[in-house]
Design a protein around this ligand. Structure first.
Ligand SMILES: [Fe+2]
Ligand SMILES: [Fe+2]
Length: 127
């Protein structure tokens, strides 16, 4: 089954949004836990699991439509181009605005992003 262009684009956006929500909820749950709010932390973790479920279902749909190799290849390209340059852009802004420690942190993350993109490329090649 091949997807309509807008459906595919929308699903990719939703995959990112659900991944982001999952991460945000999980990070917030950690902080709530540390602040002694165990019940709220538990609820946030449950909601994070729901977001992960959404992300998995959408990812499955994309893989079914486009194939695993293509999906991995595309993730590698996104990580490579968009993500790495995004880090550098924000790092430069942080520097301009007088936050050298944030610039250093983001530059070191950008290096790691390159490594992540490499790992994704290798995974795509292995398929
Ligand atoms: Fe969701
Ligand atoms: Fe990344």
């Amino acid at each position: 089954m091949s997807l309509g262009k807008e459906t595919e684009r929308g699903l990719k956006e939703l995959l990112r949004a659900n991944a982001e929500d999952y991460m945000t909820l999980a990070l917030l749950a950690e902080k709530m836990e540390a602040a002694g709010k165990a019940e709220e932390a538990k609820l946030l973790r449950e909601k994070a699991a729901v977001e992960l479920g959404h992300a998995k279902a959408i990812f499955e749909t994309l893989v079914r439509a486009g194939g695993l190799k293509e999906t991995a290849k595309e993730l590698a390209e996104v990580e490579d181009l968009q993500h790495v340059s995004e880090y550098n852009v924000v790092a430069m802004k942080a520097k301009e605005e007088g936050h050298p420690e944030i610039e250093r942190m983001l530059c070191s993350f950008a290096e790691q992003e390159r490594g992540i993109a490499e790992a994704l490329k290798q995974a795509a090649k292995a398929l």
